[in-house]
Design a protein around this ligand. Sequence first.
Ligand code: CA
Length: 155
Amino acid sequence: MDPLFFPLQSGVGKKTGCTVVNGGFETGDIAGWNSFGPVYVIQDGYEGQYYARMEGDDVFTAWLWQVIEADCRNHTLSFQYRTCPHELVHAVIVEMNGEDCVSEYVPHNQPNWTLFELEIPATCAGPPTEIKFWVFGSQTEEWKNWMDIDDVKMK
Ligand SMILES: [Ca+2]
């Protein structure tokens, strides 16, 4: 084997450019993100001065998502979360090139900031990479389903 070709064996290891924009919401808004339903940026948080709160009320399910043009396979999506006591859906979903890649339910009833990590397998489709957070509607006016998010990053 010609050793000159060895460094060209890409496809293993991490690609560059897989970076979450405004993952800590430190702009004070959701710049870099898209949202549907009740999503707010609130002062305080796990890191810095702001975090994002998603609420699902009796009318709306909440979505918060960001498209990263780069290839994020072989990375780990990492974020901090808090969730309400109610046993309704809070989830994180990663799609690549429009296809489901990996998703997990985020546990409910976590009043303190908690680390969540999600590995993005090499078997996913190529870029772009889409990170989505999902909070299901509460279906009642009595209380809101909610999830707080901060410090979203790719490692
Ligand atoms: Ca923050």
